[in-house]
Design a protein around this ligand. Structure first.
Ligand SMILES: [Zn+2]
Length: 170
């Protein structure tokens, strides 16, 4: 059994916390589904049966690394996603063509999300976003620029699959 634990959540009001709780429940449920395991183990893209920026790991090894749940701020594999979530008040800029939905710094444990996006996101979308950012915390990265293959990196691919599978949950 893989666990998803929120060790701290900051900036969420009552209703936002309810959405957060629901997202976490779905993320954890997806993590324990055979669907997700199979999608990671059999992952393939235009690069072949592998992820981009895979640290030299096979799909099986990526799978094992994800399920070990060893964050860079919490050594030891405890088979748990240990999360520190922060909601940051920020409105959408009216004329911005694209705008960041949050940020996380490599050496920080916190995953920051902006209210403009969180308030309109559905729980499965936030689950996917957390999965993407958490993948960074366990050591996976992707190119900064939107290259044609960036979506095949572990954070993007894993986050996308989690979002997709979480969408099918009640
Ligand atoms: Zn990222």
């Amino acid at each position: 059994m893989f666990k998803v634990t929120v060790l701290a959540s900051t900036g969420f009001d009552y209703n936002q916390q309810k959405k957060l709780d629901s997202s976490i429940r779905k993320f954890e449920s997806v993590m324990n589904s055979d669907d997700l395991k199979s999608r990671i183990l059999h992952y393939k893209c235009s690069l072949g049966m592998r992820f981009e920026n895979n640290l030299g790991l096979t799909n099986q090894q990526v799978f094992e690394k994800i399920y070990a749940g060893e964050e860079n701020y919490m050594p030891g594999s405890n088979r748990t996603a240990d999360l520190y979530l922060v909601l940051v008040k920020k409105w959408k800029m009216p004329f911005a063509s694209s705008q960041s939905i949050g940020f996380t710094l490599p050496n920080q444990k916190e995953i920051h999300t902006y209210t403009w996006w969180f308030n309109r996101a559905e729980d499965h979308q936030y689950a996917g976003y957390i999965a993407h950012e958490w993948a960074h915390k366990i050591g996976f990265d992707h190119s900064f620029d939107p290259t044609p293959t960036r979506n095949y990196s572990v954070p993007y691919a894993f986050g996308g699959i989690v979002e997709e599978l979480a969408k099918g949950l009640k």
